[in-house]
Design a protein. Sequence first.
Length: 471
Amino acid sequence: MSDNNFVVVANRLPVDLHTAPDGTRTWTPSPGGLVAALTPVLEKHNGCWVGWPGVVGDAPEPFRTERGVLLHPVKLSQADFEGFYEGFSNATLWPLYHDLIVTPVYDRDWWHVYREVNLRFADEVAAVAAEGATVWIQDYQLQLLPGILRQLRPDLTIGFFLHIPFPAPDLFAQLPWRMELVRGLLGADLVGFHLEANARNFLALARRFGIEVSGEVSTREVTAHLELNNGRRVGVGAFPISIDAAAMNEWSAADLGGAERLHADLGHERTVILGVDRLDYTKGILQRLKAFEELLDTGALNPEDVCLVQIATPSRERITSYRKTRSQVEEAVGRINGRFAQIGAPVVHYRHTSVPKDELRRYYRMADVMLVTPFKDGMNLVAKEYIACHGDDSGALVLSEFAGAAVELTQAYLCNPFDIESIKKALRDAVVGLHNQPEVLAERMHAMHAQVMEHDVDLWANSFLDCLEKK
Ligand code: ADP
Ligand code: G6P
């Protein structure tokens, strides 16, 4: 048996494999908050990470990264990619768990593939985990895995963490395979969510299915349990995820100079508003563009004084709702520039690409206002990253009430992304506040910075793993 005592399993590895036409293989960081949060945790634990390398039909031999993480690639075929990844994970579960922003598709074939791929992940993990190891399973793509793995390897300690919201029982109940998913999750010793509200939804659902619940949910400790018929107990708790805040907060003179130059390129005197997201319909990118456009239209913002920079990572590009969102966003960018830009001076700067972390940090640092407007988001690490980059108390955050981060970042300019007037008000208040009430904004930023620095990703991982150990 293998000697991996700590194994993380996620659909994605932290790196994506790219093979050039001449066969040369390179790895690039993979997208999303899950990978951003877990990478530093695994590096500290010298752990083993089981996951998909981001390409179809290829799974290189396991290897160790320069920073000591053992990567164990799992192969997905084209049919797996379509049925498990694009289908059941991202066209069924993703929209269902994000409160039906688009309509979920319930497809029996996708469900079968989802089950098969979860079985395959279980075999892989069973082969790499040491006797009595701790296995930490991540996210909605692998909800059957705890149950399957417990049957295969009853010696393991199994944790499960959901990185996206958990919906109200009435929404979850739409799912034709709802019981199977709940049974899958019950294979874990501890099930963690970002927010107490998510955990309460899960407990309400369990009660509805006749499972006995004891205790009340709390944050970073386990005071609620599901009591199973076979005498086993499953802990349930809230563990708000976070970022490697210290790394984000460290600024050399060269980094600071780079951020200043970036701002100067956009216009020294201009107020720079920034959006950074995966290009996903949950993120409300179109709505924020429309709010910005209306503020320009009414003269509340002057196109000579402000600009908006939107950096959007390509994501799930073949799925219809993602294609539609991209074309709507790009149409809006074109329209707004057509209406308000001057030659050589766009009002919206749009990049459809992933950028290296260092560059992203410079964007965060130079931005006067950060716009984070998801319709629904488990946490939203972008909001926390922006805050961590502003240890000098500069800047302002406009944040959707429907992002999990709003529970902690209460000093943000909160808005309701379903109400365009609400986004406009929050954005205008932030822009005007920068000039009229700089000391108020600095106080707000100071409080949020302290919150993010104290509640970093180590606290998230350690509190979850401590609770799991005490199960
Ligand atoms: P999600 O997990 O839904 O994508 P989060 O906001 O929680 O949303 O996490 C997104 C992560 O991806 C953050 O760590 C952020 O820095 C990173 N990210 C987002 N957009 C880009 C981009 N264009 N280039 C590089 N990293 C990005
Ligand atoms: C979110 C999900 C992750 C996912 C990431 C990127 O953060 O919670 O599980 O990995 O988005 O999405 P992708 O589909 O590219 O893996």
